[in-house]
Design a protein around this ligand. Sequence first.
Ligand SMILES: Nc1ncnc2c1ncn2[C@@H]1O[C@H](COP(=O)(O)OP(=O)(O)OP(=O)(O)O)[C@@H](O)[C@H]1O
Length: 368
Amino acid sequence: MAARRLTARPSPGATPVAQMIRLQNVSKTYFTKGKRDGVEALKPVDLHVPQGQIHGVIGLSGAGKSTLIRCVNLLERPTTGTVTVDGQELTGLSRDALNQARHRIGMIFQHFNLLTSRTVFDNVALPLELMGVKKAEIRERVTPLLELVGLADKASHYPAQLSGGQKQRVAIARALASRPRVLLCDEATSALDPHTTGAILELLQDINQKLGLTILLITHEMEVVKTICHRVSLISGGELVEEADVGDFFTAPGTRLGRDFLNDFLELEPPRTLVERLEESPGAKTHPVVRLAFSGDAVSTPLISRLARECGVDVSILQAKVESIQDRTLGLMIAELMGDADETRRAIAYLETHDLKVEVLGHVQRDD
Ligand SMILES: Nc1ncnc2c1ncn2[C@@H]1O[C@H](COP(=O)(O)OP(=O)(O)OP(=O)(O)O)[C@@H](O)[C@H]1O
């Protein structure tokens, strides 16, 4: 499958934004002792994330998300390709230089990875201690970080005394201690309830805006992508199969897998009784069942009644939803278009000329 568009395109006349993360031809095959064939977890991929962007990578379990994100800071060394962060090619660095470079890449994990024997303050201070920062400076740097993540009053608590959301806040503060340019988030909200997830996502968004931090996150949750990402890549079988701005992805995913993710997220599927009757090809006495997605002006235009008037088809709406995706309003509908073959063809063309994305889900036999 071809990737749709792999780099963020600046609008004409706009100043090009610096690339903060650049993966070129990066692949990873895991080899196990005693076995000749390895597991090709990541096929050669290219990924570019501009400075200041929040980029999400979404995929099913086993698709290669963790492998991809761990290749960015070389926790996994890629089998092929180059990784460049903030203009520095990490794949070409010596071990010492790589350790230095990693200070500019923070990372948070699903299970927080805090040291249970250290207090909140000391967990956040740890990377600074390892960097040899003096005690007084550590205090000066850790205190505002605890304030930033809303845990100033928990400095002397131990991880066991904190909720999951609070633990992730400590992990975020720790990741920020070395003043990174990039934050990698490995399923950072997957262990949290929806309310806490929302609060952590808000914090990440806040950090992105306040500090101009570039964020690369992996997730299997569309909610995460919808809430904070600017751009999203879809990963499947170790390949990046689609990339788009989040608004476009939610309006018109370019792959079957993208549509499946969206339909699951929106819980927008035709009724089961209809699915059982759906045929792939049109017949002499069938009419199409379509999924319509519309955004912008089309949301407020009475297109369905015009469709009936101008194309002579009846429209039976089976499901409809209006969603807010960041600053865009998105309408989605599953409908049967009832008319003869010419009329329904014209109706679909009419919808497409009015900027609706139309996907024919199948055809059902007419009752007449
Ligand atoms: N250290 C390893 N050795 C061998 N195979 C591995 C290793 N790590 C991952 N894999 C395999 O590589 C593939 C991709 O795994 P990866 O963990 O990157 O996927 P994922 O999308 O993050 O999955 P999940 O969401 O379940 O964590 C899987 O088939 C997995 O079994």
